[in-house]
Ligand binder design. Structure first.
Ligand SMILES: C[S@@+](CC[C@H](N)C(=O)[O-])C[C@H]1O[C@@H](n2cnc3c(N)ncnc32)[C@H](O)[C@@H]1O
Length: 233
């Protein structure tokens, strides 16, 4: 019999719903085998380190948000802040988003979307761009960041901006995920700059430990090694 404190969300039905409604885009997933690919890493790291505050910048259908929030729910502690201005490829064009589907335009629909996975009470959505969100950080009294996930605009300038601002609110042993480290052609034509940004932070081994998974669209995990705020030179 399950103790009332015990919670494990990853049933077959839930995994099917994640594939159906949170539609992973480039996370090395295998739908036919109900294999969430990197999604298991997102869920697993939350269970392993039990973050108080997780921040996600950008998501097409909420796959990263749902996997992380399911971990928070099963831990029984923590909250997730999700920042996405709800761009769509059709409306805003390929310079603003690749894969954006205007999923986050309506507050009630956002709540109902996350309710399908039972994580609606753990997720707070800001319908803002990264550069509108970070200036609100202090006035909204947001807590420090234990885990962050960068998957918004993939331009070098935005990835750099997201990373630097996340580090400002992080601490020793915060973890920062960067999705899309393996977009060879888009990096080559300068449409994406995640891989290029990773090269920069690898030059600071006293500050950051970097691990890359170059499968499918690619995923990197960065561990912050110091409490001291990092200023890129
Ligand atoms: C579609 S996702 C990329 C696909 C992603 N790999 C996934 O698995 O969902 C990109 C999202 O980032 C959002 N986005 C684009 N520019 C942004 C910005 N400047 N700040 C925050 N989010 C942004 C878009 O609205 C879109 O929903």
């Amino acid at each position: 019999m399950m103790n009332s404190m015990e919670s494990f969300s990853l049933t077959t039905g839930l995994l099917r719903d994640v594939f159906r409604y949170a539609k992973p885009l480039g996370h090395n997933q295998q739908p036919g085998k109900l294999n969430l690919g990197f999604g298991f890493i997102y869920y697993g790291i939350v269970r392993a380190i039990r973050p108080k505050h997780t921040l996600v910048i950008g998501s097409g259908y909420g796959f990263s948000v749902v996997c992380l929030a399911l971990g928070i729910k099963d831990n029984g502690e923590g909250s997730l802040t999700f920042v996405d201005p709800s761009y769509s490829l059709l409306k805003n064009g390929p310079l603003m988003t690749v894969g954006g589907v205007n999923k986050w335009g309506n507050q009630t629909k956002v709540y109902d979307h996350f309710r399908q996975f039972g994580v609606e009470d753990f997720v707070k959505h800001y319908k803002l761009r990264n550069d509108q969100f970070f200036p609100l950080y202090e006035s909204d009294k947001l807590p420090g960041i234990d885990i962050a996930f960068i998957d918004g605009s993939h331009s070098y300038i935005d990835v750099k901006y997201d990373f630097i601002n996340i580090v400002k609110h992080s601490h020793k042993n915060s973890y920062i995920f960067l999705h899309d480290t393996n977009l060879y052609i888009r990096e080559m034509i300068r449409h994406s700059g995640v891989k290029r940004w990773l090269k920069v932070i690898r030059q600071y081994p006293d500050y950051f430990e970097v691990l890359d998974f170059p499968f499918d669209c690619g995923l990197a995990i960065v561990r912050v090694l110091q409490d001291k705020i990092w200023e890129p030179t």
